[in-house]
Design a protein around this ligand. Structure first.
Ligand code: 6R9
Length: 691
């Protein structure tokens, strides 16, 4: 069987006939609907003074310049970094309009730099090598580790030398499939040092998904670990990698080297599956390497990394980011949004397998010379107090997490929070999905004791850095609103005809001009890049999100308007889940939609048509869920499987998802016009079979 990766969404999704999104999907998330009619009052937070920005007027002036003179604005900031070769005076150009030729973005053209050099060497050379770079906290309470900037630099150089020794060159892709050990960001930094693109695959993805990502970018080298403990659960990562490498081999692509770090509290050397010749132990290979490794000077527009993400159609997209613009914007957003000073102890709970772990756990904090906490475990193990124990232990100043975690911790009771000392906290952040005002208020009052501004940061894998976010202490906050655009983010809201909406209103969230960390392409498929992001609304980058703008110019993100669902801040394409379900031998057809979930934001609701003559049993239901876990990963497992002898389709055979969404959210009284259905009777049958 071909892997899901290639057939997910089945062929009907491969025709990129993307028109403007269905306006009936605009209202998607609970958070947005809660604030739709009566925005909560502003929280002023006058006790917090931003260390760089003195006033809203100062922001206004800087923002204006960043839009009117982007090249001048970013050139001034670019000077703060080390460039081996300075960029051209006229270093920026872009085209966002498909009618004007190919979409392209260029920033700091002509310049040469290296992001790892700027993250590590620059600080060590400035005499700050003894400062802590990573504070690592293990899954179990008694395991921790600290690494200074100098120690991280040494290890990065060793790994860089090893990569070179196995033949990795500038421009090659290296896949990394690892848990949250210091070795994960170290491996990323080592790739960047030698100009190889890292392609980190979240270690919760299945063998199939990993294989698809390895084959797509032809990574001949994979870096992994023997296993990991997540809470009390042991995950045998190397076994998953072995399965993935077999799948790769069957599809005609062979990985020749696999570097394995022995994470012995989960799986030791003796019990780790091994393929002689291909597999190498980190402990045998890395320590013998030299701690000096020449830096590969990269052109600003040379690729830095690939990160695969879900879209509304087809297989996951290899989002490509380049060196110069990404570096400058990652650093600048981190500095202003988290008001970050060198030496700050900062904790982002994201995994490096997602964009947040790239920009705001690794590159952003290191570029600013901060101390970044790396946490291997899960936030509720051994108890729901774990996060706040870590905050107390390391005196964390800025804490950055996802609304889903906030909601889940809120549900476990305030005592787990208040039992720990949180006086070190200054700024709280959220990312990944809209935050509902209720969770915002709890985060603000209980976790932050009413003294910490909350930065609700809107951005995407594609934007690579914050585009809309409060700047702490610079303006008043409204719970549930990401507030105002960051410097250089030329945000626009358009209607379904692609006309820009000025002033208050509701529409599709777009960006009007290039920002330094814009997605440069989809790896190997520039056409798909143009069709996905630039074809829906001519002249704009389209984010896939809906939004509202209020009378104060504040943005309220309403969630995805395409076929992407956001489960606990993880982006999942409905087409991918459908493709996975269709791998089950009893499944004839599947249709997946999102529904409101009290903790996860959105849950996955799957309608499944079984093969003729198959009875819908509990075993079949479990089997379908298991198939998705195996094909994609546990985090994509459907919450509900709804037996569907028939799906609501138009006469041309198009599934009417609007109807499926209404049934999933128990709003069948609002089905709207179903007269265009080929067989309106299917709706009644579906209602009868509600699980
Ligand atoms: C960074 C990240 C991107 C999608 C995005 C949107 C949602 C992210 C948000 C938010 C409301 C916020 N999203 N931040 N929605 N408020 N502050 O999550 O990247 O995994 O690519 O997801 O997440 O729907 O389009 P990614």
């Amino acid at each position: 069987k071909p892997s899901t990766f290639y057939r997910c969404g089945s062929l009907r999704n491969f025709a990129y006939t993307w028109g403007p999104p269905d306006p009936s999907t605009l209202k998607v998330t609970s958070a947005a609907s809660q604030v739709a009619h009566a925005p909560p009052p502003m929280v002023l937070q006058e006790n917090y003074k931003h260390s760089l920005l003195k006033s809203r007027e100062q922001y206004d002036a800087m923002y204006k310049r960043s839009i009117e003179d982007p090249q001048g604005f970013w050139s001034d900031i670019g000077k703060e970094f080390h460039w081996e070769k300075k960029w051209h005076a006229d270093h920026h150009s872009y085209n966002f309009d498909v009618r004007q030729g190919p979409i392209q973005n260029q920033w700091f053209k002509g310049g040469q730099t290296n992001i790892t050099y700027n993250c590590l060497d620059r600080h060590v050379e400035a005499g700050r090598g003894d400062q802590i770079c990573f504070l690592w906290e293990g899954n179990d309470l008694d395991r921790d580790r600290r690494m200074t900037y100098k120690e991280v630099l040494d290890e990065v150089c060793r790994v860089a030398n090893w990569l070179r020794s196995v033949g990795v060159k500038k421009g090659d892709a290296v896949a990394i499939y690892a848990p949250m050990l210091c070795e994960l960001p170290i491996a990323m930094l080592a790739c960047a040092r030698i100009g190889a693109m890292h392609s980190v695959v979240f270690a919760g993805f299945s063998a199939d998904s990993l294989a698809g990502r390895i084959v797509d970018c032809k990574s001949r080298v994979v870096i992994t670990t023997s296993g990991v403990m997540r809470g009390s659960k042991k995950v045998e990562l190397k076994k998953i990698v072995d399965n993935a490498l077999n799948i790769c081999k069957k599809s005609g692509f062979e990985v020749d080297t696999c570097l394995v770090y022995e994470n012995d509290n989960a799986i030791d050397k003796a019990s780790c599956p091994w393929t002689e010749g291909r597999d190498r132990w980190w402990h045998d290979e890395i320590p013998k390497q030299s701690t000096e490794a020449a830096v590969e000077w990269m052109d600003s527009e040379d690729p830095l990394f690939l990160l695969y993400t879900s879209g509304s159609t087809g297989k996951p997209k290899g989002v490509m980011h380049t060196t110069g613009g990404y570096m400058v914007m990652a650093a600048t957003t981190t500095k202003y949004v988290f008001d970050m000073q060198p030496g700050d102890v900062y904790w982002c709970t994201a995994d490096c397998g997602w964009i947040t772990g790239h920009t705001y756990l690794t590159y952003g904090p290191l570029l600013n010379g901060a101390t970044s906490v790396v946490f291997e475990g899960t936030p509720t193990y051994p108890t729901p107090a774990r996060c706040w124990q870590i905050v107390e232990k390391y005196k964390v100043k800025q804490f950055y997490t996802a609304p889903t975690l906030i909601r889940s911790l809120e549900g476990s009771g305030d005592q787990h929070v208040t039992s720990q000392d949180r006086s070190s906290l200054r700024i709280l952040g959220t990312v990944g999905e809209p935050i509902n005002p209720q969770a915002w208020n709890w985060y603000h009052k209980v976790v932050g004791e009413g003294r910490c501004p909350i930065v609700d940061t809107w951005w995407q894998t594609e934007t690579a850095a914050h585009l809309i976010s409060p700047l702490p202490g610079v303006w008043g906050q409204k719970p549930g609103s990401a507030s105002l655009p960051f410097f250089g983010a030329h945000i626009a809201m358009v209607d379904e005809k692609g006309q820009e909406i000025e002033g208050p209103g509701e529409g599709y969230l777009c960006v009007k001009s290039s920002w330094p960390s814009t997605i440069r392409t989809i790896y190997g498929d520039h056409d798909r890049y143009e069709t996905t992001y630039f074809a829906p609304f001519k002249g704009f980058y389209f984010s896939g999100d809906g939004c509202r703008r209020d009378a104060d110019g504040y943005y309220w993100i309403t969630g995805r308007v395409d076929d992407v669902i956001n489960v606990s801040g993880h982006r999942i394409g409905t087409a991918e889940v459908e493709g996975a379900l269709e791998e089950h031998p009893a499944c004839a057809e599947a249709a997946v939609v999102g529904f409101e979930h009290p903790i996860k934001g959105q849950g996955i609701y799957a309608y499944v048509t079984l093969m003729q003559g198959t009875e819908f049993t509990e075993d079949i239901r479990k089997g379908l869920v298991m198939t998705v876990r195996e094909q994609i990963g546990a985090f994509a497992a459907p919450d509900v499987i709804h037996e569907a002898p028939g799906l609501p389709k138009t006469r041309s055979g198009k599934i009417m998802r609007r109807v499926l969404r209404k049934i999933a959210s128990k709003e069948e009284d609002q089905l709207g016009d179903i007269s265009t259905l080929a067989d309106p009777g299917v709706v009644e049958t579906l209602l009868k079979l509600r699980p």
